[in-house]
Design a protein around this ligand. Structure first.
Ligand code: AMP
Ligand code: ZN
Length: 114
C-alpha cells in the first residue's frame, strides 16, 4: 500500500530502528516509546488490522509470536515480564492501519489500560 507508513518502513522509504527482519516480518522501535522497551512487530504483507486476517495468515501470526519470544529474550525482559498488545479499530485505539503488535517491557505496566 503506497500510502501506508509501515509499508514505507518495510520498503526503507522511511527510516526506522530495525530490531529484527526476515522475509515475512519486521520489528522496529516505536518512535514514541511508552516503556524502556517498546517494539512494533509487523508482517511485511499489508494486512490493515486483526479484523482483516485470513485463514492463510495463521502461520504468519505464529511466526510473529515465535520471534517475539526471541526478541524479549534478547532485550532482557523475558523473565521480568512484558506485554504484547494489538490495538484494533477505533475503540481499540488503532492509529496505523497496518497490523502490528506492540511489545512493551522494562517497567511495571499498569492494568487496566486507559
Ligand atoms: P497504534 O496506535 O496501536 O496503531 O500504534 C501505532 C504506533 O506506531 C504508535 O505507537 C506510534 O508511536 C508508532 N509509530 C508511528 N509512526 C512511526 C514510525 N515512523 N516509526 C516508528 N513507530 C511509529
Ligand atoms: Zn502497510
Amino acid at each position: 500500500m503506497s500510502d501506508c507508513i509501515f509499508c514505507k518502513i518495510i520498503n526503507k522509504e522511511i527510516p526506522s530502528e530495525i530490531v529484527y527482519e526476515d522475509e515475512l516480518i519486521m520489528a522496529f522501535n516505536d518512535i514514541e516509546a511508552k516503556a524502556p522497551v517498546h517494539i512494533l512487530i509487523i508482517p511485511k504483507k499489508h494486512i490493515s488490522s486483526l479484523n482483516k486476517m485470513e485463514d492463510e495468515d495463521g502461520e504468519l501470526i505464529s511466526h510473529i509470536f515465535k520471534i517475539i519470544s526471541e526478541i524479549v529474550k534478547e532485550k532482557g525482559i523475558k523473565e521480568s515480564g512484558y506485554r504484547v498488545v494489538n490495538n484494533c479499530g477505533e475503540n481499540g485505539g488503532q492509529t496505523v492501519d497496518h497490523l502490528h503488535f506492540h511489545v512493551l517491557g522494562g517497567r511495571n505496566l499498569t492494568w487496566p489500560p486507559g
